[in-house]
Ligand binder design. Sequence first.
Ligand SMILES: O=P(O)(O)OC[C@H]1O[C@H](OP(=O)(O)OP(=O)(O)O)[C@H](O)[C@@H]1O
Ligand SMILES: O=c1[nH]c(=O)c2nc[nH]c2[nH]1
Ligand SMILES: [Mg+2]
Length: 167
Amino acid sequence: MASVPPPEKAFPVSWDQFHRDARALAWRLAGQGDFQGIACITRGGLVPAAIVAREIGIRLIDTFCVASYHDKQQGKLQVLKGVSDALTEAGGSAGENVLIVDDLVDTGATARVVRSYLPKAHFATVYAKPQGRPLVDTFVTEVSQDTWIYFPWDTGLAFQPPISGRD
Ligand SMILES: O=P(O)(O)OC[C@H]1O[C@H](OP(=O)(O)OP(=O)(O)O)[C@H](O)[C@@H]1O
Ligand SMILES: O=c1[nH]c(=O)c2nc[nH]c2[nH]1
Ligand SMILES: [Mg+2]
């Protein structure tokens, strides 16, 4: 696959902001469906899934393991693991009562593949970029397509040069 330049703009998210945004997602999801379990898309979906599960009272939580981005470059999407029988027995074989959680949708490639396994599930993300937005049922904040979202588990405190460029 030809390499495309990574997005120029940066949207850094702190732990505090992420917790608030994931809670806001839980508020939007509360009462939306009779969710019997969560399928979180690893790894990015693990953190919001923990917060949402705590807020809306779900204890059956499974992983759907997918990998596609390496060093901000989208590569071939690999499905490493699907969901377990325990989740589809409780939530329906097409995911009728399953909530899928991920941190974000960007091009929508990951969402499209996961949806093909659980077509009737409710797909929720904290952030959404315009290209992937139509694949998401519920999200909190839209971020432009030319922006890279920096999550707190990928970042640390670092010196920031002043806007003027001179220190
Ligand atoms: O809409 P898309 O263009 O498919 O991009 C969105 C996906 O990319 C990231 O996962 P990534 O593959 O980087 O793996 P990770 O969750 O382990 O970081 C992110 O967590 C989403 O799952
Ligand atoms: O940390 C991330 N930030 C992003 O904006 C993004 N898009 C796809 N995958 C991503 N991972
Ligand atoms: Mg991911």
